[in-house]
Ligand binder design. Structure first.
Ligand code: CMC
Length: 422
């Protein structure tokens, strides 16, 4: 096995560490014995150089701008497969056959209802409750109805737990929306597909069937696919951290939802549209781009930059193409689209953005499509939750079966006072 030598030049001590080879991506130095051998920790705020686990679910090549789910290119999946194909792929490792897909779809349809008590929970939220707060509370509350998932013993039980939450998440998301606007809760319609049913639960009234076009269903389904998993991002790492303590899986997912809330992560999609509206006209774009470049101004171009992608986010490319293909049929806001295109054009030619590898990310375009689907800004991060739940729960399952699993417990570099006398 290849190894690397660490030389401590204070005492000329040499320490050997194994180098592990992944199937794709950079080699990894195995430092699990570092403290034992050297008495030292590593220092890596934000985990910019730390692999926290081994995983065979999702692979990102940030330099190339590549994203693979279980080895398949995201563009192939987004253009040729449905979101439910992708869910099945993530959960089981293989794409479903036609019969498997039908069975999986039927199972999710049947599991999409939630206990009536959940409606009472929603009714108890104040009118101004933030949708992400309602959503994380509702997912946490589901653990009270499915207490048995605390002690999952085998793969079959894991799959039931996973499918249950994937099926119910759109219902909770739609309940969240309806509670925000004080409009009646709508039950799932099991005659409808996953993405169509979500739009139905958002739009229907007890007295009125909503209009939902095939183009709208396709656009939303693609958005869900693009959000399905993204390796060890902040919310997924949170799910894994909480899961490592043995907490209930829905408690871990609820924590993931809270981590996603922030505007540096899932909350960025809402901020992008708010920012485009603030910019207001293509004549103002340059002023805002200058502000984003100013080190003394905290203003950032939302939907730009990514910790891992140092190239175009492949999900942004797919959404950009979808936006151009469907903009007329979807009725995309042309004014906002023009502002977005102008920002993209200026930023991609500007030294500041080029030298820092700042490219549009998934959130730059998703909001324009979601707005055309008549989904309000405050619901954008909830849409991210619906799409990402399958990724979180798949990562949860992988962790349970990981023989190297340990409680997540980082160390620190203490810089406080020395011991003091009272
Ligand atoms: N606008 C202007 N400057 C930026 C931006 C931006 N959007 N993003 C990064 N920079 C600059 C930053 O000021 C820094 O400059 P300098 O080196 O001169 O100090 C440099 O680029 C590196 O930035 P960083 O914050 O150290 O990079 P990071 O990897 O820690 O942060 C990020 C990544 C996504 C948090 C950040 O790019 C950002 O805040 N982007 C805007 C928010 C956003 O769109 N988030 C969605 C991410 S994709 C969806 C998801 O997976 O959650």
């Amino acid at each position: 096995m290849a190894s690397i030598t660490l030389i401590d030049n204070r005492n000329a001590e040499r320490y050997e560490f194994d180098i592990l080879h992944p199937t794709l991506g950079p080699d990894v130095i195995d430092i699990r014995t570092l403290y034992k051998k050297t008495g030292m920790f590593t220092y890596d705020p934000g985990f910019t150089s730390t692999a926290s686990c081994s995983s065979d679910i999702t692979y990102i090549d940030g330099e190339k701008g590549q994203l693979l789910y279980r080895g398949y290119e995201i563009s192939d999946l987004a253009n040729h497969k449905s979101y439910l194909d992708v869910c099945y792929l993530l959960l089981t490792g293989t794409l479903p056959s036609t019969t498997q897909l039908i069975d999986f779809d039927n199972e999710l349809r049947k599991r999409s209802f939630v206990h009536e008590g959940i409606k009472e929970l929603y009714k108890s939220f104040p009118d101004k409750a933030h949708p992400m707060a309602m959503m994380s509370s509702a997912v946490s509350a589901l653990s009270t109805f499915y207490y048995e998932h605390l002690t999952i013993g085998n793969k079959e039980e894991m799959q039931i737990m996973a499918r249950r939450i994937i099926a119910k998440i759109p219902t909770l998301a739609a309940f969240t929306y309806r509670r925000m606007y004080g409009i009646p809760f709508i039950y799932p319609d099991i005659e409808r597909s996953f993405s169509e049913n979500f739009l139905y639960m958002m739009r229907a009234y007890p007295h009125a069937e909503p209009e939902i076009s095939e183009v709208e269903i396709r656009a939303l389904d693609t958005i869900f696919t693009l959000h399905a998993d993204h390796e060890q991002n902040a919310s997924t790492s949170t799910v894994r951290s909480v899961a490592s303590t043995g907490a209930h899986p829905y408690a871990a997912l609820s924590a993931g939802i809270n981590a996603l809330w922030g505007r540096a992560h899932g909350g960025a999609n809402e901020s992008v549209i708010a920012q485009l509206e603030l910019i207001g006209s293509i004549d103002n774009v340059e002023t805002f781009v200058e502000r984003a470049k100013d080190p003394d101004d905290s203003f950032r171009l939302m939907g730009f930059g990514h910790r891992v992608y140092k190239n175009f986010d492949p999900r942004a490319r797919i959404l950009s193409a979808l936006l151009h293909e469907l903009k007329d049929e979807l009725g995309v806001n042309n004014e906002l689209l023009e502002i977005a295109q102008r920002i993209e054009h200026i930023a991609l030619e500007d030294e500041y953005f080029i030298s820092r590898n700042l490219y549009p990310n998934i959130d730059f375009y998703s909001g324009l499509i979601l707005t055309a689907l008549k989904i309000p800004k405050s619901m954008f991060t909830i849409i991210f939750v619906v799409g990402r739940t399958v990724g979180w729960v798949t990562q949860w399952m992988e962790l349970q079966e990981d023989s190297e699993k340990k409680i997540a417990r980082p160390r620190q570099r203490y810089i406080g006072p020395l011991q003091r006398e009272l």
